[in-house]
Design a protein around this ligand. Structure first.
Ligand SMILES: [Ca+2]
Ligand SMILES: [Ca+2]
Length: 207
């Protein structure tokens, strides 16, 4: 009899526990149901994270870019991204990881500008404010001199091609005396390609 009472008591005790267990399970199910929303949050975070850092800038020149200027992103001396400079002179590198980069502004017939040591933190947007280039480095030697004048003179009146596009210094789709004038202009002639060290707190120039 005592044994039977114990069994009955045990069953009576088990029922509430069972209910509690079911309730706990229900709670667990609710938790599982809640997970998709937290997963969505994770997905949104991942998308945002994938956007990464950016480097941007604007090149001011007296012509409208039309697929004739490039911004080249380098890391460790190697190109990692190349973008066209937009019609208004802007360029943008997206989805970058944290690191140190060099940016090369390269336009046919103009001096290059290499902006070195651009430090980028995770998801940081870095804007390069100085993108100085000079018109007249026809042969891309890094300096605007008599050789550029001679090269452009040899191409006067010739149809533009990939091999002589640098002689169209003013980018008007024609190689003429106007291009020679631009090369010889005091603001251009004798100038060298830039190589600038970039710091987030300022600039230093080396020639
Ligand atoms: Ca040159
Ligand atoms: Ca021209």
């Amino acid at each position: 009899m005592k044994k039977l009472l114990c069994v009955v008591l045990a069953i009576m005790m088990l029922v509430p526990f069972g209910t509690a267990a079911l309730a706990m399970n229900a709670g667990a199910v609710d938790t599982v149901k809640a997970e998709p929303s937290s997963n969505t949050a994770c997905a949104e975070y991942s998308v945002e994270s994938a956007t990464g850092a950016t480097i941007s800038g604007k090149v001011n020149v007296p012509f409208t870019f039309n697929n004739d200027g490039r911004a080249i992103l380098k890391q460790g001396g190697n190109p990692v991204k190349i973008v066209n400079i937009a019609a208004d002179g802007t360029y943008l590198f997206e989805m970058l990881g944290e690191g140190t980069y060099d940016v090369v502004i390269s336009i046919p017939g103009w001096t290059d500008n290499t902006i070195t040591s651009v430090d980028v933190s995770e998801n940081e947007d870095v804007e390069i404010s100085e993108n100085v280039v000079y018109a007249g480095d026809v042969d891309k030697s890094g300096v605007i001199d008599v050789q550029d004048v001679a090269t452009a003179c040899m191409e006067l009146g010739n149809t533009l091609s990939n091999t002589n596009i640098g002689s169209d210094v003013d980018h008007d789709k024609d190689i003429n005396i106007g291009d020679i004038s631009v090369i010889l202009a005091a603001k251009n002639y004798g100038k060298s390609a830039f190589s600038n060290s970039f710091f987030n707190d300022g600039w230093s120039y080396t020639y």
